[in-house]
Design a protein around this ligand. Sequence first.
Ligand code: GAP
Length: 448
Amino acid sequence: MASLEEIVQLAKKRGFVFPSSEIYDGCAGIYDYGPLGVELANNIKQQWWSSMVRKRQDIVGLDAGIVMHPSVWEASGHTTGFTDPVVVCKKTGKRYRADHLLEDAGVAADERMSQEEFCAIFEQHKEKIQVCDPDDLGTPTFQNLLVSAGIGEGEVYLRGETCQGIYVNFKQVLDSMHMKLPFGIAQIGKAFRNEISPRQFLFRTREFEQMEMQYFCHEDTSSEHFAAFLASRQEALVALGLRKENLRVTEHKNLVFYASAASDIEYHYPFGWKELEGVHDRGTYDLTQHALHAKERLTYFDQDRNEHIVPAVVETSIGVGRLFLALLADAYAVETLDDGTERTVLRFKPSIAPMQVAVLPLFRREGQQRIAHRIVEDLAKHVSAYYDDTGAVGKRYRRADEIGTPFAVTVDHETEENETVTVRDRDSMKQDRVAIEDLASYVNERIN
Ligand code: GAP
């Protein structure tokens, strides 16, 4: 697997991801998706939406505002409990995430511990910490992660997770769409967290996008739905192109008081096994809390049982950036070819590749260029295609490989005679000769 540095470099060089506001020295924990990055991110989101919403009759979509009534965050517990432990080095003034320092020193520190428990463990194992002299490290304090902003006259929070928008709209969706239990609401959107030490590129950022689904069900069936979603989410990640051996499930041992099950689907990133997606059985906590604080009845009338019930919630939650990084890491390969030269290739699954077809006139001849432009225009109705006539064709193949383009169509002298082109496969590098009129169906078939 490539190192994180190699991935970051390629991502920048080839227009996938840029550090935010780089001309002003950047903005910690924020990244911008470039022309190819936005295509890849859109493909990731489209596939999630298609499998989670479009292909299911029991899940509907939502797009709630990023700014919500501040009481949402009181009710959810974020204003008090959404914290991370910070420790400051007295000598350098540097701030560290205390649980990460322990983790790096091989001490398991659980985010679900009480603050007192955490501080006791920190004190006990402080000596093992290597980033600075342990005696210079003070006692951890707890920093709230909610990001605040001013809007109109008031102070608000930018949402710390998208699912709160789902809970507060539960009743509206239920009534307007005549949903029957069990049913889900899915949402893709930005979330913001004042991460103490944003790190590892897209893995931990202060602004990120989440794809979350909340499945409302009878409490006595939640464990069955939990198991089904845990399995189907792993299948979906493999279908997107992640290698099975780079995924594993870790069950949370120490659950928050209201949850009855929680598991992380972890990916083997270049910096180790880390959470990619969370699947949680949250019980009736969220709707109960909002009902209490908003003084609204957030219940479902169960006709069979002739009673109002508070549904339990099974949640699936994944960050677009974390998945994007996993897909880049999984696809990245450097190969030595038969002629001894090297190529870097991103082996994306064709259906998520940011660019699916490169169209290359062999020479910069008017006739070949005209045909190539015509092919791009035609293919662009079906797939993402681009034109490239800069440099030798071998170099153009390498550039196409490096951004993960699965097919390269070359227009040559024979094309001008018989309206056929060559199609080069990124992975095998083998070429087929295909009639231009069959090109769209040839490419479509191989992508799907
Ligand atoms: N609603 C539940 C929730 O937000 P979480 O474990 O805090 O749970 C869910 O976050 C997912 O969101 C994570 O598995 C990860 O993919 C993504 N995520 C969380 N914090 C992130 C951050 N700072 N940067 C990038 N992605 C993040």
